[in-house]
Write a protein that binds this ligand. Structure first.
Ligand code: ADP
Ligand code: MG
Length: 700
């Protein structure tokens, strides 16, 4: 009889009710299964013993054999600490305890030989080891030892309560004894053979008790593959189910609006990437499944025109369309851009934002419901319950990362059938991340900029070079160019940031006095109407310099602006810097981005600045960003839970992810319902996972 892995952890030998409570609360371990899936953070070599005189001042974790020669207590601010002198044949060091002193004192014996293990500190001329793991040398020698001993994730509370790594390893050992180390296979034979994967049982054993380095790496590969495989399987299945269950409107014709626009009004030749993406969208809209597509394209790659032409496909088939943007400024800009094109084609278009007047709203509501209004542009205001379409066929969301999945689904509910959805993002999401997070969306990429764009020259300058930067700005203004100067606005330090902005504005006003120079300022504390007014003045070329906080971050288009000065650039994230830089380089002129910083820079800041100076490729920048920050931060807290991986690492295990996706796709292509006998293990595992969500709760 095999042991049921859903057995509560309390029943495992060596656990008991107290430890079970701690394992539950500290590590989320409820069952046997949870314990096996507690994967080591790293491995250490427990066959190596150090002499005290070999220790280095490096905070490493080491193992030393010696004897305790005596105890001392030292008073400190609160309570006291217990110190043991520990000696081998070379030197002495100190073992230190801040808690549990009575018990330590009573259980440790002076003069006996111990093996100690832990992190070493160098403190006032001596090595010390706080809260070491200790074992009598005689006992130590009886234990299983390997060159790669697993070190498990832990918490302070666990170690305070005596659940040391040794204890965890011991109960893990008990689990393997009790289950005889036999675990149900979870990957089909054909995949296992093709990838030469270890069996599940061998993989689990070797990840916890590696027999040798080779088996450890094969074990890790197998388990990472499995983890990523099932995530991909789930995402792809979701997508398939979605496509088969949710019928979309069929836009089966390309009609007058599209054709006339294409023939007579297209302002430029489309890039090949734009054409390809339009084809992909056209294919989705023409099939009878609902489109759920993510359009990725670097800043300036020309997503707007693709959006507009997709809208025309909707209008040609008698549907209404909407375009939603995250800010008022952006919505207005889209509206201003599109209304010109719409006028040529006799298309009705309106804009709805938080600051729309009641009378305007009433009109919009009415004309939406009776179908007179064909295109609606706007902010979150579009999601309000009062906004009802007669027949919304396509909803486009610009700058996806600011809208959550919830909001996407809110758009669906505006109709009897869900409209087609196109989400556009200018934050290039590295492929790996997109695959794991947006695996349920189809992805299109515009990976080519319109011709004739000159790459933006990016430089890093220290604050003490400001006068030269001012001089450069003056030269550019003399050539008729416009300039952005951007200050950080980070919520926690809003007051300080605001002061920085105002100080900056003052010094720029002094350097660039009226009437020769005109300066605009835009920041978050201004009323929307004032912001718009200032933005408008700048866009019309009435001001030379736009001093702003990051409110201009997204999407603003002023082709004559050719210089972007970013103040305190070290405080911005990479993707933000890249977005900001994308505000220039939109016209025919050579553009520049100047990153201003102080001399005090962290290593990460240096990497960010160097990356910006070196590269203008949004995807490359996004990869660096992912490495620096980790996936959680990039996706925002909203989605970080999605990537709660147990063993795989989205950045380091990119290749395994690709393989996992490939195999998940092939399996489902061959056998979408997982009905074949050879896929039975996959189906079973998949069902198990959905049942015990505490184990595999990656996907919302
Ligand atoms: P983004 O992808 O950042 O939203 P936009 O759609 O705002 O980019 O396009 C940036 C600029 O490039 C706009 O001024 C737009 O008119 C122009 N543009 C877009 N596509 C092309 C093209 N194929 N050829 C030339 N210019 C283009
Ligand atoms: Mg845009």
């Amino acid at each position: 009889m095999s042991v049921n892995l859903q057995t509560p952890i309390d029943y495992l030998k060596g656990v008991g009710p107290n430890r079970a409570d701690l394992l539950r609360s500290e590590l989320g371990i409820h069952t046997y299964q949870d314990l096996i899936n507690l994967f080591p953070n790293r491995y250490i070599d427990r066959t190596k013993y150090y002499k005290i005189n070999e220790l280095q001042r490096n905070n490493a974790e080491v193992q030393v054999i010696g004897v305790i020669t005596g105890f001392r207590e030292v008073a400190q601010k609160r309570g006291k600490r217990l110190i043991a002198d520990f000696k081998d044949d070379t030197e002495t060091m100190e073992l230190v305890w801040f808690r549990g002193q009575k018990w330590i004192r009573e259980s440790l014996k002076i003069g006996k030989s111990y093996v100690i293990f832990g992190k070493i500190n160098w403190y006032s001329g001596k090595f010390s080891m706080p809260h070491p793991e200790l074992e009598l040398q005689s006992e130590h020698e009886n234990n299983l030892r390997s060159t790669m001993q697993a070190i498990y994730p832990s918490t302070e509370k666990l170690s305070n309560k005596g659940i040391s790594n040794r204890v965890v390893a011991k109960i893990m050992q008990n689990l393997f004894l009790e289950t005889k180390g036999k675990f149900a296979e979870t990957i089909s034979n054909s995949i296992r053979e093709e990838l030469k994967l270890l069996s599940k049982s061998d993989a689990l054993f070797n990840v916890h008790f590696p027999k040798n380095p080779d088996l450890l790496s094969r074990a890790q590969f197998r388990l990472k593959f499995e983890e990523l495989f099932y995530i991909q399987l789930q995402l792809i299945l979701k997508n398939l189910i979605h496509k088969s269950k949710i019928k979309g409107f069929v836009f089966d014709k390309i009609g007058d609006y599209f054709n006339t626009f294409y023939k007579d009004h297209l302002p430029f030749e489309l890039t090949n990437a734009q054409k390809r993406v339009l084809k992909e969208i056209r294919h989705d809209l023409g099939s009878n499944a609902q489109m759920n597509r993510l359009l990725q394209g670097d800043v300036g790659s020309g997503k707007t025109i693709v959006a507009f032409m997709s809208i025309l496909m909707g209008l040609d088939n008698g549907f209404q369309c909407c375009l939603m943007a995250p800010t008022e400024i952006l919505s207005v800009q889209h509206y201003n851009g599109l209304i010109k094109l719409c006028n040529k084609l006799n298309i009705s278009i309106s804009i709805l934002t938080g600051s729309s007047k009641t009378s305007e709203r009433r009109d919009i509501h009415k004309n939406l419901e009776n179908g007179n209004l064909q295109i609606l542009i706007g902010t979150h205001a579009l999601l309000e319950d009062k906004v009802k379409f007669k027949n919304l066929g396509l909803a486009i969301i610009d700058e996806q990362h600011r809208f959550g999945v919830k909001q996407r689904s809110k758009l669906w509910k505006k109709n009897t059938s869900p409209p087609h959805i196109l989400v556009m993002t200018a934050t290039p999401i590295p492929r790996t991340l997109a695959m794991s997070v947006y695996g349920d969306l189809d992805i299109s990429v515009i990976d080519e900029l319109p011709e004739g764009r000159k790459p933006i020259k990016t430089v890093h300058r220290y604050d003490n070079n400001r006068l030269k930067v001012f001089k450069f700005m003056k030269d550019e203004i003399a050539k008729g160019r416009q300039i952005y100067v951007v200050y950080p606005l980070i919520q926690e330090s809003e007051k300080m940031d605001y002061k920085d902005l105002m100080d900056g504005y003052e010094s720029i006003s002094r350097e660039f006095p009226m009437p020769n120079y005109q300066i605009s300022i835009v920041h978050g504390k201004m009323k929307a109407t004032d912001k718009d007014y200032e933005m408008q003045r700048f866009a019309e070329g009435k001001t030379n310099i736009m001093v702003a906080t990051t409110v201009i971050e997204v999407g603003v288009n002023v082709p004559n602006a050719s210089v972007m000065v970013i103040e305190s650039a070290e405080r911005f994230g990479l993707s933000q810097l890249h977005q900001l830089r994308g505000r220039v380089g939109r016209g025919a002129e050579q553009s520049y981005c100047i990153l201003m910083t102080s001399h005090k820079l962290s290593n990460d800041s240096k990497t960010r600045l160097e990356t910006m100076v070196r590269s203008s490729d949004g995807f490359e920048i996004a990869e660096v960003d992912l490495k620096l920050r980790g996936p959680g931060d990039i996706m925002g807290t909203q989605q970080s839970g999605v990537l709660n991986l147990r063993i795989a690492d989205i950045v380091k295990d990119k290749d395994i992810l690709e393989q996992a996706r490939y195999f998940a796709k092939s399996v489902l292509k061959l056998d979408p319902s997982l009905a074949l006998p050879e896929h039975k293990v996959i189906l079973n595992t998949y069902r198990q996972m959905s049942k015990y969500r505490n184990i595999w709760n990656y996907i919302s």
